[in-house]
Design a binder for this molecule. Structure first.
Ligand code: 6R9
Length: 654
């Protein structure tokens, strides 16, 4: 039986949807023809101390570059996410916490309770000397304190810098040092699938590394109760400093363009960069996209399975949902513990209505078959979403048919850390779905495809995805390196923002993201820079040189394929291979673990010494299929063609 290529808008869904087909056409047209009027109106959804009158002042032209939204507006993000709801939603659950173990009790935190917790921590931070503009690193598990910490920083104007709990000490140290953080908030340990993550010990190790002396205080949340070493006077128990604080805290008046947070993300070159988001535009965009894309209603129970360590957790667990007064579920654990029905049991337990996850999780659960899903009800669900990487149509259909019982539309949302919020996605009441396509641009978003020469391609086409104009949620700079911001995103195709993604547009104007076209690998929806993995490998005393590329991986989307040349006189062995893989894990973190490591007597280079990654990618991608020399493309610029032959012969055959 052939599968439908298009799933028309569900009539049942459309009948009650916030945005219908005609609304989308009309509002989209206005959003690009009169962006000031459109975004001025949308900004009214927030509570401002001073309402903005200057809405948009942006230019991507290099000689006249600027990105400013709502620049005379004043607001506070925590007031919008908490205080504003007290009058009408004080007893409504803001955060619904589901712990790692199903045997531990879940927790409901009302908006009123959230207000008290945020205010107390904000007062504690002030008492510890944290001021507007100071940076605070947050290295926590998926527990309510993570959201509370972000909002407490926002309340006093401190810039938070959340570091994913899976990162190793070196990665924490890089982020603390680059942001010159004054304070770190962590926990004794994290829990994931019953396994303990030594968060405090990782922070201790990180803060021994050079460049981290800016840190004056480490606040430690007691979570598992494990014994940890407290280094006085630096380390303080979170509860001890928070408990006696007053339950009210005067919020800082922030300009719309004052920074809200930093979030480090991997790029093609160098170390991860600190993506800086500001207050007004980001919050307008996160809250509006959250309401529109997820068709949010007052009684929804909304669950995004991302970790707050990634941008999805920032925009669609914390800022978007809470600014909208929603009930957001926070899950500490993993999809397959204690068994592979865990997600769906949580859906039933809390009557989740909107569920947002990553394709890699769907593919992993799909491998275990339909039964673990079918044995749960899932009747409460009405909308499903995905994010992080392209979803293959097979996984899309399984998600649609098995998880959603062919009843729930799927929103495949394309966006980036840099974009702050969703840019291309279906609106389930307005746009027909096609499995594997993120479909159409959100309001105000103007995608275009360009060829290698920067020529804009019209109609059906495939090319590099750029954006022609700004949107309020766009990042404003790379922390401490504005030139790097401009060089990375605005120089490749001048006058446009270059996303780093390849994309196809079909005859209906639908966008199909094909994946990164730069040296970024998307492993299970996590961005890993090849340069980072290479530098971790080369930091091993036995390694002379390394080159890292991505290759197709059934579960992870892409896997990490490393080619390693040892220093002269060192012999390769399986033990050394394991040692090098473990070395990368401990340098960066488990998410950067190479899936395959191939010994390379030499790397293919041009005569000027540049590694020809194109060839390495071809070899890694080929698997067990035949690889004829002409499939490697032009090899005439190779300094030593013989190295390629041995790499081809020794390649991993899958
Ligand atoms: C939100 C987030 C961004 C990169 C992006 C692209 C890939 C994200 C996608 C998708 C296809 C989707 N990506 N969503 N590709 N379809 N729906 O994931 O941010 O971690 O910065 O990653 O992820 O390649 O450029 P981030």
């Amino acid at each position: 039986m052939t599968q439908p290529a298009c799933y028309p808008i569900s009539e049942a869904f459309a009948a009650r949807a916030r945005i219908g087909r005609d609304d989308y056409q009309r509002d989209y047209a206005q959003s690009v023809s009169e962006p000031e009027a459109f975004w001025g109106r949308i900004a009214q959804r927030l509570e401002w101390f001073r309402a903005p009158t200057r809405i948009k002042d942006t230019s991507f032209a290099l000689e006249d570059f600027r990105i400013r939204w709502y620049e005379d507006g004043e607001l506070n993000a925590s007031v919008n996410c908490v205080d504003r709801h007290l009058a009408t939603r004080g007893d409504k659950t803001a955060l619904l916490f589901e712990p790692d173990s199903p045997d531990a009790p879940s927790q409901r935190i009302s908006y009123r309770q959230l207000h008290e917790r945020v205010c107390k921590l904000a007062n504690a931070l002030r008492a510890l000397g944290v001021r507007k503009g100071d940076r605070v690193t947050i290295y926590l598990p998926m527990i309510p304190e993570a959201a509370v910490s972000m909002l407490a920083c926002a309340r006093i104007g401190a810039i938070h810098n959340v570091v994913f709990g899976g990162f190793a000490p070196n990665s924490i140290a890089d982020r603390v040092a680059d942001s010159t953080s004054k304070l770190v908030i962590t926990a004794d340990e994290g829990l994931r699938g019953g396994r303990k993550v030594p968060l405090k010990a990782n922070v201790d190790a990180a803060l021994k590394l050079p460049g981290t002396d800016s840190v004056e205080t480490v606040l430690v949340v007691r979570h598992t109760g494990a014994a940890v070493e407290m280094q006085m006077p630096r380390d303080r128990w979170f509860d001890a400093v928070v408990n006696d604080q007053p339950a009210q805290c005067e919020p800082e008046r922030m300009n719309a363009e004052d920074p809200l947070f930093l979030l480090y993300t991997s790029g093609s070159t160098g170390k991860p960069k600190g993506v800086l988001h500001t207050t007004g535009g980001y919050l307008v965009y996160a809250s509006y996209t959250h309401e529109a894309v997820f068709d949010l209603r007052e009684d929804d129970v909304y669950w995004c399975t991302a970790d707050v360590g990634w941008v999805t957790g920032h925009s669609y667990i914390v800022y978007g949902p809470l600014a909208n007064g929603a009930t957001a579920l926070m899950f500490e654990g993993v999809p397959n513990h204690p068994d592979v029905s865990r997600f769906w049991q949580i859906v039933d337990k809390h009557q989740v209505t909107i569920f947002y996850t990553a394709p890699t999780a769907i593919r992993a659960l799909m491998r275990d078959g339909d039964e673990p899903v079918r044995r749960t009800s899932r009747r409460s669900l009405r909308l499903l979403g995905t994010v992080g990487e392209p979803i293959n149509p097979e996984a899309w259909r399984w998600y649609y048919e098995v998880v959603g019982d062919s009843r729930c539309p799927i929103v495949d949302t394309w966006w980036q850390t840099e974009t702050g919020g969703i840019l291309i996605s279906p609106l389930a009441g307005a746009i027909d779905l096609k499995p594997g396509s993120a479909t159409k641009p959100f309001f105000g978003v103007q995608p275009a495809l360009v060829d290698a020469g920067g020529n804009v391609l019209e109609g059906e086409a495939e090319g590099n995805l750029v954006l022609l104009d700004s949107w309020p949620g766009q990042m404003r700079t790379v922390y401490g390196d504005h030139q790097r911001f401009i060089d990375t995103y605005f120089k490749t195709y001048p006058g446009t923002y270059f996303t780093g993604d390849g994309c196809r547009r079909d005859a209906d104007g639908y966008y199909w993201i094909t994946g990164r076209v730069d040296d970024v690998i998307n492993v299970s929806g996590h961005r890993i820079g090849t340069a980072e993995v290479e530098s971790a490998l080369v930091s091993h005393p036995k390694v002379a040189e390394a080159a890292v590329v991505g290759f197709p991986h059934d579960l992870k989307g892409q896997g990490i394929y490393a080619y390693v040349t040892l220093i002269a006189g060192e012999a390769n062995s399986d033990a050394l291979r394991r040692d090098l893989i473990a070395h990368v894990r401990s340098e960066i973190g488990p998410i950067a673990t190479p899936d395959h490591l191939q010994w390379a007597p030499g790397l293919p280079k041009t005569r000027s010494g540049k590694i020809m990654r194109r060839i390495l990618r071809k070899i890694a991608e080929s698997g067990s299929s035949e690889l004829a020399p002409e499939q490697l493309g032009d090899t005439s610029t190779l300094a030593d063609p013989s190295v390629v032959e041995s790499l081809v012969n020794e390649r991993l055959r899958r």
